[in-house]
Design a protein around this ligand. Structure first.
Ligand code: HEC
Length: 148
């Protein structure tokens, strides 16, 4: 009966559409580069001029919890909050995700702080909220969530 074949086909389409919401697909989505292809090589060449000392991480922590309000979306534990009212696009990044930590260079993360992640709630922070120097300190703190 033709309608049965039609129904089957519609089901396939629905399953395909739901695919991105399965946890595996969602992870690979998070790992995709955020910096556009024509800028990524340059962004990857930017190195953090500050070393990961306890003092520098602490400075980044103060900014993360303080004037840059990163904590309101990424959470005290860096795991990223879900269900934020009015949030469009993807959920705030979980900084404890080791796979994500491994695929991103420091330069790519600085690019995000300069430009934001288009189409998501992640806005640009440099230069309005943070100087580049402060941003590098915050990134040392972001990296510390990936440590065992
Ligand atoms: C209004 C909510 C919000 C605030 C405030 C916010 N973020 Fe985000 N952040 C997001 C969202 C949503 C994403 C996911 C964007 C994406 O998947 O492309 C994100 C992603 C990121 C990423 C990952 C980008 C990548 O390449 O995967 C970094 C790093 C980051 N944020 C750092 C920060 C820092 C540091 C602050 C404070 C200076 C901050 N965020 C403040 C919502 C926020």
């Amino acid at each position: 009966m033709p309608w049965k074949i039609g129904t089957l086909w519609v089901c396939c389409l629905v399953l395909q559409a739901l695919g991105p919401f399965s946890s595996k697909a969602a992870d690979s989505e998070v790992l995709k580069p955020r910096v556009p292809q024509d800028q990524i090589v340059e962004a990857q060449s930017w190195k953090n001029p500050f070393s990961s000392t306890q003092e520098n991480i602490e400075k980044g922590k103060q900014i993360f919890h303080g004037k840059a309000f990163c904590v309101t979306c990424h959470g005290r534990d860096g795991k990223g909050l879900g269900n934020i009212p009015g949030l469009v696009g993807r959920l705030p990044r979980n900084f404890t995700d080791k796979d994500w930590q491994a695929v991103r260079t420091d330069g790519e993360l600085l690019w995000i702080l300069k430009n934001g992640s288009p189409g998501t709630a992640m806005a640009s922070f440099i230069p309005l909220v943070l100087t580049e120097e402060e941003a590098w300190h915050v990134l040392l703190y972001v990296r510390s969530f990936g440590q065992p």
